[in-house]
Design a protein around this ligand. Structure first.
Ligand SMILES: Cc1ncc(COP(=O)(O)O)c(C=O)c1O
Length: 363
């Protein structure tokens, strides 16, 4: 048996979702708006407090379409250096939207002053040749920094700074429901400062696929054309929208359990000598384990966890392994994961300790 915490997108659709998919009426070419897709899009717009929304096949395409629909080629788009858009989406925005990407200086959620220096750099004397900063992309929760949060107050501050230099703000809110649960606020409040927000249906919300892009009517109308251009129009999407609708109606409140399960697992892990959980306490459903003090290669650590204990995890960078907690991780899995990591850390330390011993003898 594999306990898969490599991502929260491994969640299985619920029985209710599968039944709704079975029953969904689908239409072929020539029926532009299936009722159930309309319903899903209306609900997404309402939840985020935006005028309209569009169902997209993936979060990556939703981010790309958000950028395409709010920029012109050669304009400047400002993102985080470790944002999903920059690090995990293969430069699609450069290749397809033709924009220039600029990143702020340090990983994670920027401070107001770091963002300010990026959008209005002190070295820049604007001339006809200068880049035109057009769009800032924020990420909440922030994946690569361990599910860290932008609170409502911080979002207000960052948006105020961004708006002094750019007309548009996009929020990559793949896990915005986890962020809202943790901040004890609403997705609408967390999205307020952004023109557009995308969120995933297939992570902690358990739908089989999809993401919603929400924003002003005009932008979403452009997004509909651009989705078509990218081949992201799914003809019989009603089947998938039926599951997406259940995700939004029934699954958004329960993500609080994933956040608190992540907190309990992290509390066990932090007690293991030499193991760093960063950030700690964990803000949402992601747990980032930093292996730098143990001196263990994360690839070796993750492979060992899988081979010896059947736990699938995700390597992040040179030092980190990420666990993503989701609906299929209950108390039994919590205990198993914590004990397995405890034992595996003990074994890797002993094994590398004996390697050091050999090194010393050979010297
Ligand atoms: C923060 C963030 N944004 C965007 C995406 C992209 O979503 P998708 O995998 O649906 O393309 C992900 C996926 O993990 C993500 O973590």
């Amino acid at each position: 048996m594999i306990i898969d915490v490599s991502s929260d997108n491994v969640t299985q659709p619920t029985a209710e979702m599968r039944e709704a998919m079975r029953q969904a009426e689908v239409h072929g070419f020539g029926v532009p708006n299936d009722k159930i897709i309309d319903q899903l899009e209306e609900l997404a717009a309402d939840i985020t407090g935006k005028e309209d929304a569009i169902l997209m096949p993936t979060g990556t395409q939703a981010n790309l379409v958000a950028i395409l629909s709010q920029t012109e080629p050669y304009q400047e788009v400002i993102v985080g250096p470790d944002s999903h858009i920059y690090e995990q989406e293969l430069g699609g925005v450069g290749a397809i939207a033709g924009v220039m990407i600029k990143t702020w200086a340090s990983p994670g959620i920027p401070s107001a002053s770091i963002l300010q220096e990026t959008v209005q750099p002190s070295y820049r004397f604007p001339t006809i040749a200068s880049p035109k900063p057009t769009l800032v992309c924020l990420e909440n929760s922030h994946n690569a920094s361990g599910g860290t949060l932008i609170s409502v107050g911080k979002m207000r501050e960052l948006c105020r700074v961004a708006r002094e230099a750019v007309p548009k703000i996009h929020l990559d809110g793949a896990r915005i429901f986890n962020a809202a649960a943790s901040a004890q606020t609403t997705v609408r409040d967390l999205s307020e400062g952004a023109d557009t927000i995308m969120f995933s249906l297939d992570k902690c919300l358990s739908a089989p696929f999809g993401a919603m892009l929400c924003g002003p009517t005009e932008t979403i109308a452009r997004a509909r054309r651009l989705r078509r251009m990218l081949g992201g129009y799914i003809r019989k999407a009603a089947i998938l929208a039926a599951a997406g609708l259940i995700a939004l109606e029934k699954m958004t409140q329960r993500v609080v359990e994933d956040n608190s399960r992540a907190a309990s697992i992290a509390a066990r892990l932090i007690a293991i000598e030499g193991l760093i959980v960063d950030p700690y306490p964990v803000p949402t459903n992601l747990i980032m384990i930093n292996l730098s003090t143990l001196g263990v290669d994360p690839q070796v650590f993750a492979e060992g966890l899988k081979e010896n204990y059947g736990i699938a995890s995700h390597v992040y960078g040179r030092y980190m392994v990420r666990f993503a907690v989701h609906r299929h991780i209950g108390l039994k899995e919590e205990n198993y994961i914590a004990s397995a990591v405890e034992e595996w850390v003990g074994r890797t330390i002993n094994e590398s300790g004996s390697d050091h011993e050999v090194d010393r003898q050979e010297r």
